[in-house]
Design a protein around this ligand. Structure first.
Ligand SMILES: Cc1cc2nc3c(=O)[nH]c(=O)nc-3n(C[C@H](O)[C@H](O)[C@H](O)COP(=O)(O)O)c2cc1C
Length: 172
């Protein structure tokens, strides 16, 4: 059975809850569920496919918050380890708040994508922007989000169906 890595950070909030929901919907699959601060870069090579998620928090985004972010730390370790993710399919999800941060909605999915792209990963799981109300997101390319965007603050009632639609689409 294909081995799926389901990796997230931070703990204790909406990202962890959403990751648990994703895990719940993948219960018949071989899923390794871990917080990114427990993952060494080369462990990514054990997975056939990987789901990774985080939230956008910071003054505006991670760039303003670098030292406290386990994702930023992981990506610098990934670079040091020179892990080659060629052939690995990665699907990203990100939490944001479109009401309070309409100009930076879920921006940090783009940070994750850009860092993982440097390690030659392949990305799946684009998601439509319909049903969200925001001005700008770095996570939009060609009129779609580059991963699943969840808004547990403004649209918690849509999370379950967004997750199930997205998982059907990525078909891991
Ligand atoms: C200090 C702070 C800054 C935030 N900045 C953004 C932002 O720039 N863009 C955005 O979409 N959401 C932003 N948010 C909203 C969070 O991404 C959202 O609440 C998310 O669900 C938090 O997940 P967590 O509890 O797992 O960290 C921010 C939240 C906080 C507390």
């Amino acid at each position: 059975m294909r081995k799926i890595g389901l990796l997230y950070w931070p703990k204790g909030g909406s990202v962890e809850r959403s990751a648990e929901k994703i895990q719940g919907q993948l219960k018949d699959k071989n899923v390794v569920f871990k917080c990114i601060d427990e993952v060494q870069p080369n462990e990514l090579l054990e997975f056939d496919s990987i789901i990774m998620g985080g939230s956008t928090v910071g003054a505006d985004h991670w760039g303003n918050n670098e030292n406290q972010n386990e994702w930023t730390f992981f990506f610098s370790e990934l670079k040091k380890a020179e892990t080659n993710l060629e052939g690995k399919e990665i699907a990203l999800f990100g939490l944001g708040n479109q009401m309070l941060y309409p100009d930076h909605f879920a921006d940090d999915i783009a940070v994750m994508r850009n860092e993982l792209a440097k390690a030659n990963a392949t990305f799946v799981g684009n998601w439509p922007t319909e049903g969200y109300d925001f001005n700008h997101s770095d996570a939009v390319e060609n009129d779609q989000f580059i991963g699943l965007v969840l808004d547990e603050d403004a649209q918690p009632e849509l999370t379950d169906e967004r997750i199930s639609g997205w998982l059907k689409q990525i078909n891991f």
